[in-house]
Design a protein around this ligand. Structure first.
Ligand code: SF4
Ligand code: SF4
Length: 127
């Protein structure tokens, strides 16, 4: 979906079905809402990237002109967005580390079970 510089995304709440599909694609954590509840976009965090429009099944995310900001407000927004992007990356890293650990434990368990089976077979063969 095309980005719209100078615009921010807003959700037409009446058409939102709360499917949550827009949340994981937003790089700045600007979309909030629980499953089956209407979602909202936190305007100061929206950078107008347009990534949330594609996954929305009801096309209820639309563009709205970005209100003009003072230079202080622009800096504040940039800081907020930067912080959210860092938070998101840290969260994604933690999720990936957890998955890698779970996979390793599962692999270790399989290897341990295989060793047990081989040892049992070996002990039967020795009889
Ligand atoms: S346009 Fe981009 S930043 Fe704004 S809510 Fe959608 S995904 Fe998030
Ligand atoms: S993808 Fe669309 S319908 Fe689904 S929660 Fe987001 S805004 Fe609502």
């Amino acid at each position: 979906m095309k980005a719209a510089p100078g615009s921010i995304a807003v959700i037409r709440e009446a058409d939102c079905i709360g499917c949550t599909k827009c949340i994981p694609v937003c790089p700045t954590n600007a979309i909030v809402g629980a499953s089956k509840q209407r979602h909202v976009i936190i305007a100061p965090l929206c950078i107008g990237c347009g990534l949330c429009l594609g996954p929305c099944p009801t096309d209820c995310i639309v563009w709205e002109a970005l209100p003009s900001l003072t230079s202080v407000e622009r800096r504040h927004k940039a800081d907020l967005v930067k912080h959210q992007i860092q938070q998101r990356k840290a969260h994604q890293r933690r999720v990936a580390e957890k998955k890698a650990l779970k996979d390793k434990i599962a692999t270790d368990n399989i290897q341990q079970k295989l060793c047990d089976v081989f040892n049992k077979v070996a002990s039967i063969d020795k009889r």
